[in-house]
Design a protein around this ligand. Structure first.
Ligand code: SAM
Length: 349
């Protein structure tokens, strides 16, 4: 059964201009940003009251770029939310309308199918079923992707500058002790070692294969690397141990309470003049943060997940990050950079 219009999708040439226009004109707020499959397009979701718009901008040659070339900017499709996409697809086929695909495609927690535009209306209709995709347990999620992980991060997710520029903040002092929370394969450490080749690193991560890759990459530095397979929320970080603590792209999966608790531990394990550097995916608006937390809750509830770490992005705004770090005891917290979706913060004791 169809339930409601989920959203109306519009193709534009300049997505940032469109976001600004809808914000200035009606007060639409940005709640989500998604790269299409193979980065063929960029899309955002904007909300105002009950209205949701999806704005699409082609990046590469794709159905969306062809649409823009043939029709210019404008209405791309109307999305109908259904509780049973297979039933709707069957009905559409029996009626004689053409579907773009025989099976629903999965995108960002939804199953989708498209009805090709045809007379009498010539409107492209998206059928959308909001049954959540299964969430993957955190360590398993990263272990399963270890082979393509670095290419994906450097090509599709992060700007390389996020690692190169923030590494310059690490002191070159001899004997520096650095803790890396959620070190993964160590993309940040690759750059940090260039700035301070003698740094002693303790890396904590709960994905075994990610740590193995890091160990292999820096096999020549075994005496400087202490890699710990553990959950950093549970692991005892000690007191007054480290000159610098860093965390890159790891903390955007947790609640405010979990993060504030961890920030207290980070504060305690830093030496008196030490600092914490966080470089992570942060939400551009409060509505964006709220939307992702609400979706995470909805999906976990629907899947019957009560506890445990599952991979789902819940970025926080810079303001909320700063407030949590200050609540944990840090005296000064400053934004020191922005690299695409990543923001870098430095918190001092
Ligand atoms: C997106 S990766 C980032 C890896 C690396 N810092 C980088 O920027 O490439 C996130 C990493 O955080 C780790 N992680 C997530 N939650 C964790 C936790 N509670 N304890 C330890 N590691 C965790 C994951 O296993 C994963 O390797």
């Amino acid at each position: 059964m169809l339930e409601k219009i989920d959203h109306v999708a519009i193709v534009v040439k300049d997505i940032e201009k469109a976001i600004k226009t809808y914000a200035d004109l009606f007060g639409f707020k940005l709640i989500d940003r998604v790269e299409g499959p193979d980065n063929a397009y960029r899309s955002v979701k904007l909300v105002c009251g009950e209205i949701t718009l999806e704005i699409l901008e082609p990046v590469k040659v794709s159905g969306i770029s062809v649409f823009l070339e043939e029709n210019g900017p404008g209405l791309h499709h109307v999305s109908f939310l259904t509780d049973n996409i297979l039933e709707e697809m069957k009905r559409v086929k029996e009626y004689g309308k053409s579907l773009r695909e025989d099976e629903p495609t999965q995108l960002n927690g939804s199953r989708l199918a498209y009805i090709r535009p045809s007379p009498p209306d010539n409107v492209k209709i998206e059928l959308m079923e909001n049954k959540p995709r299964p969430l993957e347990e955190m360590g398993g999620f990263f272990d399963a992707r270890v082979d393509g992980y670095e290419t994906h991060m450097l090509k599709d997710v992060n700007d390389t500058a996020t690692y190169v520029e923030t590494a310059k903040l690490i002191p070159a002092a001899k004997g520096l002790k650095l803790l890396d929370l959620g070190c993964g394969t160590g993309l940040e450490l690759d750059e940090i070692f260039k700035v301070n080749p003698a740094v002693y690193v303790t890396g904590i991560d709960l994905a075994k294969k990610m740590l193995e890759k890091l160990k292999l990459k820096h096999a020549a530095r075994q005496s400087q690397l202490n890699l710990i397979l553990a959950d950093y929320f549970k692991y005892d970080l000690g007191k007054n141990v480290y000159d610098v603590v860093v965390s890159y792209s790891s903390l955007h999966h947790f609640s405010h309470e979990e993060k504030t608790g961890l920030y207290r531990k980070i504060y305690a394990c830093l030496k008196p003049d030490g600092f914490y550097l966080e470089d992570d995916y942060m939400a551009p608006t409060q509505e964006y943060e709220d939307y992702h937390y609400a979706e995470n809750k909805r999906i976990r509830r629907a899947l019957g997940i009560k506890e445990g770490f599952y991979h789902y992005d819940t970025p926080c705004t810079v303001e909320n990050e700063i407030a949590m770090l200050k609540k944990a005891g840090f005296k000064s917290v400053k934004q020191v950079g922005q690299y695409g979706i990543d923001v870098a913060l430095v918190a001092r004791k």
